[in-house]
Design a protein. Sequence first.
Length: 187
Amino acid sequence: MQQLLSHIKNYAPLSEAAQSALEDCFEMMTLSKNEFLLTQGQVCRHLYFVEKGALRGFYNSDGKEVTHWFGFEKDFVTSFHSFTTHEPAVENIQLLEGSILWSISKETLTVLFNEYHEIERLMRIAYEKYYIRLEERFVNAQFKTASERYENLLSQTPHIIERVPLGYIASYLGISQETLSRIRSKF
């Protein structure tokens, strides 16, 4: 819980009352490697903070898994569209490592928003950061070569190479595993 609270304070300051309310509302979860946090078709009703571990979000497309994000320590993760709209998720969230997560429901979060505007501000900042990452990912996919995308991954998030299977990384970069191997041999 201390890691979560320390991380939140990087976004915005919180009063003791708001901090205490958050402490009371988050629940710890311990999950094993390969477990699913969410599967396609379920409504995502929780926001999660990763204290320890690694996850991936992926879609199923024509029988292939297409990885579109990874989550690691100090990340907030959810199926953002489903969490926001209460519609069934089109993605899956799977643990890549045994993980410790902190969970809060959408309903509880909404109550906290109404009671503590600083928590609402905190989540707005977190949503902004999510949107910026999404836009950067879109720009990379549309305007950069596979080699440039891999180089960007190495420079901005090198820990992914150490913790994620190459097949998932290739999918994330939008290339085949063979193409990824060729690109890696040049670095």
